[in-house]
Each structure stands twice: as structure tokens, then as C-alpha cells.
Design a protein around this ligand. Structure first.
Ligand code: ACO
Ligand code: KIV
Ligand code: MG
Length: 563
């Protein structure tokens, strides 16, 4: 794209006016149930695409929306394009609309377009015809060149044209949705005036309510101001009991979800949006995010969003718009922690979490498993990670429960590696590094041992050093003590056991034992890790592994001295 010369100048803009509503009620309200959702993926989402969907793609998207549980779906703008018209016909003629689902189509207030839209819907059981016209000052004055009464007349004429067309198809249950398009840029009292005129022209009934949809066609203010607009509208519109208030927010300021949520607190009954937020400019309100926000508060979102991968796949294949890896709830990276303190906190919380208790895990607003994500991706290791994350990987994927001192030691080696490679280390690379550091085949290992319990433990142990068999004998308070005493004599050094722990690696009867040991000779520290079917062998091998280098050096000295 060729860059235009920038002319960054905030003085070109002015603040959006506040709504005078000193006794506003919405800030004290909480959302306790899901609104009526209406998907506009197949219309608003579609009209924003570089290549609008073909009938086959629309079918796939429609099937997904049904699967997720949408009961109202705006399926297109049938007067605008042939694929949109054909798709509506296909849904009706091939009986693809479930009995509890209502389709909706959009039309401008122009007689020819209304006629075609109603024709497209003929034969449907229940349909919502969605009429819109722009009402904002800028649109009235600069786009339409019409006065306020003329704009009202345009809407009224549209309602009458719809009434006339639908009278030809009495078997269909017709519902009207009216949108004063560009509501956010419209004087509130004028929005109310035009909607009252539409109510009077349509004459809604309790059993067939008129939907009045208040769009943030362009998001122009903070969400609290939008909420004020909605509450003001709800309090002043006539026949509130005969209408459903719907909102349709766009994301120009990045607050479409927040605006829709506050609008529901302010009295909206219904919310229009798209899956993952595709739509004009910065997109429509993302229904997945808003529904998951409800879910995360323990509220039934009335949509089943568990099949996240299918949602992403279908949306991407129909829109050709990739999903951001940090997209709320569904992005590839949103349940992943790279940073040390986050990993540590997640690891500690998950360790104590019991199935079916209220979810309360640091840094994870919901359980990734609810959306089919595994914990595998939760903790990933790069140079920002700490011992907690590394320990989590070793314990959860490979069964090694490193003692705290070894977590610290090994995390340093991991960090050296991530820094030198300047990238993430995959879990397989972490276990490889662990093997390379502590579990090398070349470590000295016991061939045979004999242990006799007398006043002290008497140990005889046979192992290979520098390809030669060495036999040592020692005694002590336990086998480890006996072995370090025996090796100490061989090395002419005093060996101290600083740390020791062991656990089983795995859960079945064939589970192996793993021993972690930290030894010291003077101020030198030696770490040993060993895995064996037999706990005693694991203990002995851990000591030998820690001291392999010293044993090899001492063995060479002995060889030299004895010729
Ligand atoms: C905020 C929204 O998302 S609104 C929905 C917008 N979606 C779309 O526009 C997608 C589909 N639209 C289209 O394919 C085309 O615009 C069509 C087929 C509907 C109409 O096409 P055309 O008549 O050829 O062209 P165009 O859209 O430029 O028409 C603009 C005219 O319609 C008028 N108009 C625009 N909106 C409306 C409306 N809601 N009600 C009545 N008249 C309207 C304009 O004032 C303008 O009138 P003018 O010709 O007297 O200047
Ligand atoms: C047609 C209307 C509802 C619309 O899409 C908008 O105003 O954003
Ligand atoms: Mg829109």
C-alpha cells in the first residue's frame, strides 16, 4: 500500500457530547441473562468482505450459526445481489430453516428494494424484514439533503411499502425491525421521534413486537455514553412493552463489546453482532467474546461455543480473514503464559484446583478445556520464563517433580539456551536438555551391589568407570551414606549429602523411581539424577551420576600410579 503523507492533527476533531441523564440507572445494574442474539455475519459481515460470500460459503456459515444455537440470523440483503437473493431462496425452498429459527433480511427504504426483499422471503414461516435509513445530522444534510420531517417520511413510506408487499403473503409471520441508521450520530430526541413515527405506522402487537435496532453504525464515544443513549431512548420511547430494543455496535474505538454490554445494562433486549467480529471497518461487535464474557460470569450464554476450532475454521474460510492469535477467548496464544511469574502462579493454582469447584486460577479467566484447549499450550518457555514454568513442563508432560533447588538450577540452564537461541524452547527440547544435563548414558552406573544391614549398612558396589570395572566398599547410616563414604575414600575427599529426594515416575506397578541428589566436596556442588526400576539403584546411580567426572579423574590417577 502506498503511504499517504501523514498530517497528524487532533485539533481537527471535537469531543462527543455527554447525555444529560443525571438519574441514570444502568451503572447499578448487572447482567443476569443472555440477550436475544442475532447474527449479522451473512449481511453486515458479508458486505465488508473483499470477496463477498458465495451461496456455498453462506450455507456453511448458516449451518455453523444454527449449530451454535442462534435463533435469529440476518441472512443477507437480497435486493442487493443475486447470491444474497439466491441464498434466501435456497434456505426457504430447501427447507433449511429449523422451526425455532427466524431469518431476517435488510432493505433500504426504497420501494423496489422492499418489493424484492419481500419476494425473496415468500414461503417462509416467520421472517424479520429489517428496514433502515440514516438519521444522523451529517447524513441528513450531506448525504440525503433532506430535512428531519423528510427523513421521517422516508421511514414511514418504507413501513407502508413493506405493509403493502407483505399483504401479498399472509401465511408468513412478518416481523419488522427498524434501524435509525447512524443512531450514535443522531440527536437523541430525533431518534425517538422517528422511531415513534415508525411504531405508529407499523402498529406492533405484544405477540409480534417491533424490533427497534439502535446501531452504533460508527462508534463515536466511550461506551458509558452509548449506555446513556440507550437508557434515555428506552425511557422516552412510546409503547415500550410492544417493542424489543436491539443494539448493533461497531468497533471503531475498540469498545464494541463493552458498548453492547453496557447497553444491555441500560435496557437493550437484543444484540446483533458477528462471530469473531468481522464487519465494516474495525468490525461488528464480536458475539463470541460477549457470550464468553457472560459465560465467564457463570451466566448461560445461550450459545454453545465449545467447538472453537470449527468456528475459527468456518469463519476464516468464509471471510478469508485470519484470527488474531490474541483474539479474546479463541486466539492461539490466549491461554499461553511465557512469563515466569504468570507460569508460577498458574502452576500453583492448577495444582490445587479440584474438578467442579468454582474456577479461580490466576491469569486464566476461564478453563481452556471448556473450549477444547488443552493445558499443553498454557505454559510455554522462552527467555521470559522462570523455574515454575520449566518445572510445570517437566512434571506435567514427563512426570519429573523437580525439588525446588533443582528447579532453580535447571531453569538457569533453560534460560541460557533460550537466550542463546533467541527463541522459545518446545517441551521436547526441554526434556532433551534435562537428559543432556542429568541423565546421560555416559554417567557411571551400578552393575551390582550388595547391601548388608548390621550395626551400620555395609555396601559393596560394582560399577564401570573409563570402561573398567571398579569395586568399592563402604559403610554408613544408610546406603547413600555408605556409598559416599566409599567414594570419598577413593577420591580422598569428604563428600556431604546436601539434598536428596525421590519419587515414582508414573502411576502403575511398573513405575520407575527417580532420585535427585545434591552433593558437595568442600565448596564444589555436584548434582545427580537417576531413574531406575529399583529405588536403591536409582539412589546409588544418582550419586554416581553426580560424581562421574570426579571418579573418572581419580581412576586415571590410580591407573597412572599403578602403571
Ligand atoms: C450501515 C450499513 O451497514 S447499511 C447497509 C449497507 N449495505 C449495503 O449497502 C450493501 C448492499 N448495497 C448495495 O448493493 C447497493 O447499495 C444497493 C443495491 C442497495 C443500491 O444500489 P444503487 O441504488 O445502485 O446505489 P447506491 O447504494 O449508491 O444508492 C444510493 C442511493 O440510495 C439512497 N439510500 C441509501 N440508503 C438508503 C436508505 N436506507 N433508504 C432509502 N434510500 C437510501 C441514497 O440516498 C442514494 O440516493 P440518490 O441516488 O438519490 O443519491
Ligand atoms: C443496517 C444497520 C443496522 C447497520 O448495519 C449499522 O448501522 O451498522
Ligand atoms: Mg452495521
Amino acid at each position: 500500500m502506498k503511504a499517504a503523507k501523514a498530517n497528524f492533527n487532533y485539533q481537527k476533531y471535537t469531543a462527543f457530547p455527554k447525555v444529560h441523564l443525571p438519574d441514570r440507572q444502568w451503572p447499578e445494574r448487572v447482567i443476569t441473562q443472555a440477550p436475544q442474539w442475532c447474527s449479522v455475519d451473512l449481511r453486515d459481515g458479508n458486505q465488508a468482505l473483499i470477496d463477498p460470500m458465495q451461496v456455498e460459503q453462506k450455507e456453511r456459515m448458516f449451518d455453523l450459526l444454527i449449530k451454535l444455537g442462534f435463533k435469529q440470523i440476518e441472512v443477507g440483503f437480497p435486493a442487493a445481489s443475486q447470491p444474497d437473493y439466491d441464498f434466501v431462496r435456497l434456505l426457504i425452498e430447501e427447507n433449511k430453516i429449523p422451526a425455532d429459527v427466524v431469518i431476517q433480511v435488510l432493505t433500504q427504504a426504497r420501494p423496489a428494494l422492499i418489493k424484492k426483499s419481500v419476494q425473496a422471503l415468500q414461503g417462509s414461516r416467520h421472517a424479520i424484514i429489517h428496514l433502515y435509513n440514516s438519521t444522523s445530522k451529517v447524513q441528513r444534510e450531506k448525504v440525503f439533503g433532506l430535512s428531519k420531517p423528510e427523513i421521517i417520511q422516508l421511514a414511514i413510506d418504507g413501513v407502508h411499502a413493506i405493509k403493502q408487499e407483505i399483504s401479498l403473503y399472509p401465511k408468513t409471520k412478518w416481523q419488522l425491525e427498524y434501524s435509525p441508521e447512524s443512531f450514535t450520530g443522531t440527536e437523541l430526541d430525533f431518534s425517538i421521534e422517528i422511531c415513534n413515527a415508525v411504531i405508529e405506522a407499523w402498529q406492533p402487537k405484544v405477540e409480534n413486537k417491533l424490533i427497534i435496532n439502535l446501531p452504533a453504525t460508527v462508534e463515536m464515544s466511550t461506551p458509558n455514553i452509548f449506555a446513556d443513549q440507550i437508557e434515555y431512548f428506552c425511557r422516552h420511547i412510546q409503547a415500550r412493552e410492544l417493542i424489543e430494543i436491539s443494539v448493533h455496535t461497531h468497533n471503531d474505538r475498540g469498545c464494541a463489546v463493552a458498548a453492547a454490554e453496557l447497553a444491555v445494562m441500560a435496557g437493550a433486549d437484543r444484540v446483533e453482532g458477528t462471530l469473531l467480529g468481522n464487519g465494516e471497518r474495525t468490525g461488528n461487535m464480536d458475539i463470541v467474546t460477549m457470550a464468553m464474557n457472560l459465560y465467564s460470569q457463570g451466566i448461560d450464554p445461550k450459545l454453545d461455543l465449545a467447538c472453537v476450532n470449527e468456528i475459527i475454521h468456518t469463519v476464516e474460510s468464509c471471510t478469508h480473514i485470519p484470527t488474531h492469535p490474541r483474539h479474546p477467548y479463541v486466539g492461539e496464544l490466549v491461554y499461553t503464559a511465557f512469563s515466569g511469574s504468570h507460569q508460577d502462579a498458574i502452576k500453583k493454582c492448577l495444582a490445587t484446583y479440584q474438578e467442579n469447584e468454582v474456577w479461580d486460577i490466576a491469569y486464566l479467566p476461564i478453563d481452556p478445556k471448556d473450549l477444547g484447549r488443552s493445558y499443553e499450550a498454557v505454559i510455554r518457555i522462552n527467555s521470559q520464563s522462570g523455574k515454575g514454568g520449566v518445572a510445570y513442563i517437566l512434571e506435567n508432560y514427563y512426570g519429573f517433580k523437580l525439588p525446588a533447588w533443582l528447579q532453580i538450577e535447571f531453569a538457569k540452564k533453560v534460560q541460557e539456551q533460550t537466550e542463546s537461541l533467541a527463541r522459545e524452547l518446545k517441551s521436547a527440547e526441554i526434556i532433551d536438555l534435562f537428559h543432556a544435563c542429568y541423565l546421560q548414558d555416559s554417567c557411571a552406573k551400578v552393575l551390582e551391589y550388595h547391601l548388608e544391614r548390621q550395626a551400620q549398612e555395609m555396601l559393596q558396589v560394582k560399577f564401570v568407570v573409563n570402561h573398567e570395572v571398579v569395586i568399592l566398599k563402604g559403610q554408613g547410616k544408610g546406603c547413600l551414606h555408605a556409598l559416599t563414604q566409599a567414594i570419598g575414600e577413593y577420591l580422598h575427599a569428604e563428600i556431604q549429602i546436601q539434598e536428596y529426594s525421590e519419587h515414582t515416575l508414573g502411576k502403575n506397578s511398573q513405575a520407575k523411581a527417580v532420585t535427585y541428589i545434591k552433593l558437595s566436596i568442600e565448596d564444589r556442588i555436584y548434582t545427580g539424577v537417576a531413574v531406575n526400576e529399583d529405588v536403591l539403584s536409582a539412589n546409588l546411580n544418582a550419586v554416581l551420576a553426580a560424581l562421574t567426572f570426579e571418579l573418572e579423574a581419580a581412576h586415571l590417577q590410580v591407573e597412572k600410579a599403578t602403571g
